[in-house]
Design a protein around this ligand. Structure first.
Ligand SMILES: Cc1cc2nc3c(=O)[nH]c(=O)nc-3n(C[C@H](O)[C@H](O)[C@H](O)COP(=O)(O)OP(=O)(O)OC[C@H]3O[C@@H](n4cnc5c(N)ncnc54)[C@H](O)[C@@H]3O)c2cc1C
Length: 237
């Protein structure tokens, strides 16, 4: 069932990468943010921009739950995001949710988070939730971008990995020539890359989100490795 829209105030906007901003919204009705699980998404609605049809879009929570603010990572794309990027601190929008079932399985199996581009948001939220809860599950996170300038939230992810001894982070760039000094991986996320980092294909639960081509490649890779469909979790945008 659809949750009602509630008013929120834009309290902070931050540059995170080329065309990517983080947006922080604070409830304007004095009520706390509704509880949600990492991986879930919200509907954002802008009603004061004429001609914006439809006036809403879906966005995954990018940061773990706090009762006083909702945080998103959003890439500039088309009509809605252009309207959103025009918003200033103090402006109001409406938000409803949470929605969705792309959440961490409740078991003790190791976790593998596979992210590409702005698809990192729900997976970063999962990494933060696991860190906050001091979850003991062995977690690998792989984050793929074309260029380093596209790669949002690298500092934040490194911070989570620094705090969480069970979280191992590997970033990869798919451009032909990585920037000088780059110490991460190069090339697309493959079975070989995962094996090199010690991923257990027999037991792990895999979560992925990215552009359609990335999701298709991850699905094919995991099926090719014989990963049972119950252990494959994806978010398609
Ligand atoms: C579950 C989910 C989570 C997402 N999380 C993020 C995120 O964290 N960060 C991020 O940058 N993007 C996210 N997206 C993508 C986001 O919803 C938008 O599609 C994207 O921002 C482009 O919107 P736009 O209007 O700027 O672009 P446009 O090119 O104008 O629109 C993009 C697409 O949205 C389609 N659309 C039409 N009606 C609706 C509707 N009612 N609701 C949603 N889409 C509609 C349009 O047909 C078009 O194909 C998510 C999408 C989904 C489904």
């Amino acid at each position: 069932m659809a949750a009602p829209y509630r008013p929120y105030v834009l309290s902070e906007v931050k540059h995170e990468a080329d065309d990517v901003r983080s947006f922080v919204f604070t409830p304007a009705d004095g009520q706390p943010v509704p509880p949600f699980k990492a991986g879930q998404f919200f509907m954002l609605r802008i009603t004061d921009v004429p001609g914006l049809k439809p006036p809403m879009r879906s966005y995954s929570a990018a940061r773990a739950y706090t009762p006083d603010k909702l945080r998103f990572g959003i890439k500039l794309h088309g009509n809605f995001t252009h309207a959103l990027f025009e918003k200033k601190q103090g402006d109001k929008i409406e938000i409803s949710g949470p929605y969705g079932f792309f959440t961490l399985a409740e078991n003790n199996a190791p976790i593998v988070l596979l992210a590409a581009g702005i698809g990192v948001t729900p997976l970063m939220c999962m990494a933060e939730e696991l860190t906050q809860k001091k979850d003991s599950r062995q977690t690998h996170m792989f984050y793929s971008n074309r260029e380093l300038t596209d790669a949002a939230f690298m500092d934040l992810l490194a911070e989570f990995a620094g705090k969480n001894p069970n979280l191992r982070l590997a970033s990869t760039l798919t451009c032909e020539v990585p920037p000088k000094g780059w110490e991460g991986e190069c090339g697309r996320i493959t079975t070989q890359m995962l094996r090199l980092h010690g991923v257990d294909f027999e037991l792990s639960h895999f979560y992925f989100c990215g552009p359609k081509a990335f999701n298709d490649a991850m699905q094919a890779m995991l099926e090719g490795e014989g990963v049972a469909k119950e252990r494959i979790h994806k978010e398609a945008w």
